[in-house]
Design a protein around this ligand. Structure first.
Ligand code: G3P
Ligand code: CA
Length: 290
């Protein structure tokens, strides 16, 4: 059994007592202590989600990892936005009143570029734009951060996996340095994760969800992470994931989401998770550092 599996099993056995244990040095990966704090849609509690401002805010707060959501426009460009509609996070209703339900896939990049993706969050962010994947990746690179890229709604965008990998390659993110240490591609769609793995086996991948423990070996064939909601997480489940090797022959990891308060952060850290995805990277970092 891996050292990590032993630790996680111990946490499972100890139950709440495990919350009192210090984070194990065995969690260290390279020079980065675990759990790795990942800014969800950027530092989205403090800046409009999935914008360049949210990446900047994550960097200002010291978050090494940034998560985003990638979808495709009507004219085939990749943009960073969470919902399949532009309605919640832009002024699309005002700019294009006759175009309900304002789906991303029904708007061209030029049309989306006209939208204000910041005012809904606060006047300080008026004029923020929906970034292209290129722009987002370049901003992450500018800050020397790491990217947890989510392929969102892949069923709406056939071929998006290949296209996202092409953009990443064009932006220099598929060289050994990035692939080994700075990039993970994840999705709620197992098919999408499997496709990324088959297209670029070197790229680290994550499956978003909580598959039954009995099914984990099948996932381990094509993914390196199982990334569940923290609401559905237990120490026992983390131990079950850690007990298996993932697609790259290393123990399967767990990045859990979306953890925004100190108590929940300490709880999942006590389970032995490898990463915490959060809108409030400062809160989580301070909580797990304690
Ligand atoms: O990275 C995990 C998290 O982003 C998954 O949920 O809906 O925020 O994309 P969602
Ligand atoms: Ca996401």
């Amino acid at each position: 059994m891996h050292a990590r599996a032993v630790i996680s099993s111990a946490a499972a056995l100890l139950g709440t007592a495990a919350l009192l244990l210090p984070l194990s040095p065995a969690r260290a990966a390279g020079d980065t202590a675990r759990p790795l704090v990942t800014a969800h849609r950027g530092a989205s509690a403090y800046a409009p989600e999935n914008t360049l401002a949210a990446v900047d805010e994550a960097a200002a707060l010291g978050a090494d990892w940034v998560e985003n959501d990638v979808q495709r426009t009507k004219d085939g460009e990749l943009v960073v936005l969470h919902d399949d509609s532009l309605r919640r996070t832009t002024d699309v209703e005002e700019v294009f009143p006759g175009r309900a339900p304002w789906k991303v896939k029904d708007f061209t990049l030029a049309e989306i570029a006209r939208l204000d993706a910041g005012s809904w969050f606060g006047p300080a962010y008026a004029g923020a734009r929906v970034p292209t994947l290129e722009q987002f990746v370049d901003r992450v690179e500018h800050h020397r951060q790491k990217l947890l890229l989510e392929i969102k709604n892949p069923q709406l965008y056939p071929g998006i996996e290949r296209q996202a990998l092409k953009v990443l390659g064009n932006q220099g993110w598929l060289d050994r340095r990035h692939v080994k240490h700075r990039l993970i591609v994840q999705s709620f769609s197992a098919d999408s994760v499997r496709t990324v793995h088959e297209l670029k086996p070197a790229v680290k991948t994550g499956f978003l969800g909580t598959p039954p423990a009995a099914d984990l070996p099948a996932y381990a064939a094509f993914t390196d992470q199982i990334n569940p909601s923290h609401a559905s997480l237990s120490a026992g489940y983390v131990a079950a994931v850690h007990a298996l090797d993932g697609a790259h022959g290393k123990p399967l990891e767990v990045f859990t989401w979306t953890v925004n308060d100190a108590a929940a952060a300490r709880r999942v850290a006590g389970f032995g998770v490898d990463g915490i995805i959060t809108d409030t990277p400062d809160v989580v970092r301070d909580a797990v550092r304690d």
